[in-house]
Design a protein around this ligand. Structure first.
Ligand SMILES: Cc1cc2nc3c(=O)[nH]c(=O)nc-3n(C[C@H](O)[C@H](O)[C@H](O)COP(=O)(O)O)c2cc1C
Length: 110
């Protein structure tokens, strides 16, 4: 299954010039991914698609932004031949995570 994630600014709040639709859609996607995982599925978001073409195929109106597609499925026992060696390698274990210090600042940006 491929879930198409799309939203538009008019459906969400705009506070002092800040649009929140992408933020809120991201929260929803996070929960979707957690629930998929809880069900024993794998959910991989991807941004590598042609927005115009995908919207055309899915009939999504112009004013919406197609933010991401999420491939949801069961983990295969055997890796597909279409995967590159690098992709096969990254399927074996999760990519290394950044350390807390790399993405968080305390009190001030540094
Ligand atoms: C916004 C977003 C866009 C992504 N786009 C792609 C993509 O186009 N192609 C791809 O192979 N992985 C893409 N990824 C990465 C995978 O979905 C996934 O996060 C990665 O394989 C690491 O999985 P893990 O976080 O479960 O370890 C994207 C991830 C995010 C969050």
């Amino acid at each position: 299954m491929i879930v198409a994630v799309f939203s538009r600014a008019d459906d969400d709040c705009r506070i002092r010039g800040r649009d929140y639709h992408q933020f809120d859609t991201g929260i929803a996607v996070g929960f979707l991914m957690l629930r998929a995982t809880e069900l024993g599925l794998v959910a991989h978001p991807f941004a590598g698609f042609r927005e115009k073409k995908a919207k055309e195929i899915l009939g999504i109106p112009e004013e919406y932004q197609l933010i991401a597609l999420i491939a949801v499925g069961e983990k295969a026992d055997v890796l597909h031949d279409l995967l590159t060696d690098n992709q096969k390698e990254t399927e074996k274990e999760r990519p290394e995570r950044k350390t807390f210090e790399e993405y968080a600042n305390i009190n001030k940006f540094s």
